[in-house]
Design a protein around this ligand. Structure first.
Ligand code: NAG
Ligand code: NAG
Ligand code: NAG
Length: 347
């Protein structure tokens, strides 16, 4: 009995030692768990411990990465947690430069299965992608292995605001299976020549808002993949990059429909495309409907509106296979309702 009490007492003391309470909110600060803001010591163990304590807190709490520059390796920050969590990143967090330190497709930082989660704080996630964009990307598989800066998998009723994603090695932000997730005042930046660095890619998610954000990158500003429903994009500034895209769709059989896309009051400047719907050649059956584009200002945009039904990146489409498929092609993707209202202003 005495031993049991001691253990409980010890863990309570540890919890109190590493958590500070500010205005009723418990703060789990990574620097109290051994993280050093020296720009090269990997803080992932400290962050996982801070997250673990926050996640098991029965009341709302905050995980904090304060001011400073930190190195962070590949990490999965997962729920479910017992109460809402604010993850406040004030500092600059740097990814490893060496791509061999990433497991394929896992992303750099993956948030998953968390409800009532807020990521904020004004901090920067720097993917340090400069070294990989210069390499040729002849095999799509290799490109796929490059880490996505921030993955949000099955995140619900949550908000991401006041953060920056910089120089990702691949997509900056990727959503999978999210519901009711809002992005507000998010900045994304990578140079025009960065390959495959889509700003925000949405897949199999619903109730997603992206507002008052700035996306400068080398690929799509926002791309909307299959199974996306009720997506609202408002007051987003894009450019450089490839514009706002629905797709690519129709690459695989049984893709889920894209329904209810609203893009309003956005400005695209120096982008390759404006608004685009792209489907693979001889695509599988798919539906993209209720797409609404309104008050879109385009400055020096290559193709202001483009519906591309022969989208074929990285020459993945083998012509022979394609011709064979085309013989059997039953249909091409179908857009029952597509309304566009926009004005183009000159350069
Ligand atoms: C964080 O660092 C920036 C730049 O060094 C400084 O301007 C700011 O006041 C710092 N904020 C806090 C809360 O220490
Ligand atoms: C997204 O915007 C709509 C319309 O303004 C709003 O009703 C909804 O609550 C927002 N969703 C989130 C997750 O903030
Ligand atoms: C578009 O957004 C700007 C601010 O970003 C605002 O001043 C303007 O009123 C908006 N226009 C519409 C039609 O909502």
């Amino acid at each position: 009995m005495g031993l049991k009490l001691n253990i409980a007492g010890t863990s309570l003391l540890l919890l109190l030692a590493s958590a500070a309470e500010v205005s009723g909110d418990i703060i789990f600060d990574v620097t109290k768990y051994g993280a050093r803001a020296d720009g090269h010591s990997d803080i992932s163990q400290a962050l996982l411990k801070a997250w673990g304590d926050s996640c098991s807190s029965p009341v709302a709490s905050t995980v904090m990465i304060p001011n400073g520059t930190y190195a962070l390796g590949q990490i999965t920050i997962g729920g479910p947690c017992k109460a809402p969590i604010n993850f406040v990143v004030q500092g600059t967090v740097m990814a490893p430069v060496d791509t061999s330190r990433f497991k394929a497709e896992a992303g750099w930082i993956a948030f998953q299965q968390i409800d009532q989660f807020t990521l904020s704080g004004g901090g920067v996630f720097d993917g340090q992608g400069k070294t990989v964009w210069g390499r040729k990307c002849p095999h799509y598989a290799y490109c796929k292995q490059l880490p996505i800066n921030l993955r949000f998998n099955f995140i619900t009723n949550s908000m991401v605001k006041d953060i920056t994603s910089r120089d990702s090695k691949q997509f900056h932000i990727n959503l999978l299976g999210c519901k009711n997730l809002a992005f507000y005042n998010v900045a994304i930046s990578a140079p025009d020549e960065s390959l495959n660095t889509d700003g925000i890619h949405i897949g199999r998610s619903s109730g997603i808002n992206i507002t008052d954000s700035t996306i400068e990158t080398g690929d799509d500003c926002v791309s909307i993949g299959d199974g996306s429903e009720q997506i609202n994009i408002q007051r987003v500034t894009c450019g450089p990059g490839h514009g706002i895209s629905v797709g690519s769709l129709g690459k695989y059989p049984n893709e889920e429909p894209v329904v209810g896309i609203s893009v309003k009051n956005c400005t695209l400047t120096n982008t390759q495309n404006g608004v685009r719907v792209k489907t693979f050649p001889a695509s599988h059956q798919g539906i993209a409907s209720e797409m609404h584009f309104e008050d879109i200002v385009m400055n020096n945009v290559g193709n202001p509106i483009i519906i591309d039904q022969e989208y074929c990146p990285h020459n993945q489409c083998n012509l022979k296979v394609l011709l064979k498929q085309m013989k059997n092609a039953i249909f091409i993707a179908y857009f029952p309702s597509f309304s566009l209202h926009f004005h183009q202003s000159g350069t």
